[in-house]
Design a protein around this ligand. Structure first.
Ligand code: T3D
Length: 265
């Protein structure tokens, strides 16, 4: 049986996917990409999943591309390898897969997140990091630019000045500082990390997830729209959501002063 490079577990409606190459800080290999893609597809297709958590096994979250992979590692005397094709084959689809998930996705950053590992986390809907975790735009140190969405995400999350500072220096950013500058949602003490992640995931899973996902899409779409266009877009999305069972349930529950039970996905 192939190594389990992605561990999959489920608690109620929360599906947890754990990157599982702790000996290499969960750096991505081609096989790990394939297993992650299958696990994300399976979660997307399963009506019983209403929130996905991605995290890492061991002391790291993900150290980005596995630099010892013979498919991409440069060799002094050989023709340069086209690592752009690797980006096109695995990192772009991964980033787009996360953005297209039909449920909220939480990155639970348990340890260092470097290179594409950092940007994989930042592309998720909500990033929670343990206080001992850190974020490193490691690309500049090996002569590359931020990928896996980094060039798009960083300036939007923290502004051009900080994006360039982080990307050019490749300096390690603590989880605490990442929260302070708005790169991530929350930094929590290591002892409270797992419980905090599960509490949030459980809470999101009980919410109208169709509306949460529409919120992700509307906020992302607004980046390319004028204010007037964004207002119009909001109206169109509300039209759609207003026809869903969750809206009826939300308003009915409010009026009846009872807890709602959302079912759309
Ligand atoms: O082809 C392409 O590159 C295109 C794709 C680009 C996407 C990218 O992600 S580019 C960026 C790739 N990632 C990096 O450059 C990060 C490399 N890793 C590090 O800089 C450090 O490991 C960390 C700062 C993340 C953590 O440092 P530290 O001191 O806590 O741990 P360590 O001792 O460096 O690493 C522990 C082990 O993991 C070690 O193995 P060993 O010596 O115990 O057998 C180390 O080699 C291994 N490891 C860490 N990162 C990677 C890795 N092995 C392969 N690839 C890695 N990226």
């Amino acid at each position: 049986m192939a190594d389990e490079l992605i561990l999959i577990s489920q608690t109620d409606a929360v599906r947890t996917l754990t990157l599982n190459r702790p000996q290499a800080l969960n750096a991505f290999t081609t096989e790990m990409h394939a297993q992650l893609r299958d696990a994300l597809d399976a979660a997307a297709d399963d009506a019983g999943v209403r929130c996905v958590v991605v995290t890492g096994a061991g002391r790291g979250f993900c150290a980005g591309q596995d630099l010892s992979d013979p498919a991409i590692a440069p060799e002094p005397e050989a023709e340069p390898k086209d690592i752009g094709s690797l980006i096109e084959r695995v990192y772009r689809p991964l980033a787009l897969r996360i953005r297209a998930m039909p449920v909220p996705v939480i990155a639970a950053v348990n340890g260092v997140a470097a290179g594409a590992g950092a940007n994989f986390a930042l592309g998720c809907d909500i990033v929670i990091a343990a206080r001992s975790a850190s974020f490193i735009q490691a690309f500049s140190k090996i002569g590359l630019v931020p990928d896996c969405g980094g060039t798009w995400l960083l300036p939007r999350l923290v502004g051009r000045a900080r994006a360039l500072g982080l990307a050019m220096t490749g300096d390690k950013l603590s989880a605490e500082e990442a929260q302070r500058i708005g790169l991530i949602w929350q930094c929590v003490d290591d002892a409270a990390f797992t419980d905090t992640v599960m509490a949030l995931a459980t809470r999101l899973a009980a919410m109208p997830v169709k509306a949460l996902v529409a919120t992700r899409h509307a906020i992302d779409a607004s980046q390319d729209l004028s204010y007037g266009e964004a207002l119009a877009h909001e109206g169109n999305v509300q039209s759609e959501l207003g026809k869903q069972a969750d809206y009826l349930e939300g308003v009915s529950a409010f009026q009846a002063k009872r807890a709602p039970r959302f079912t759309d996905r």
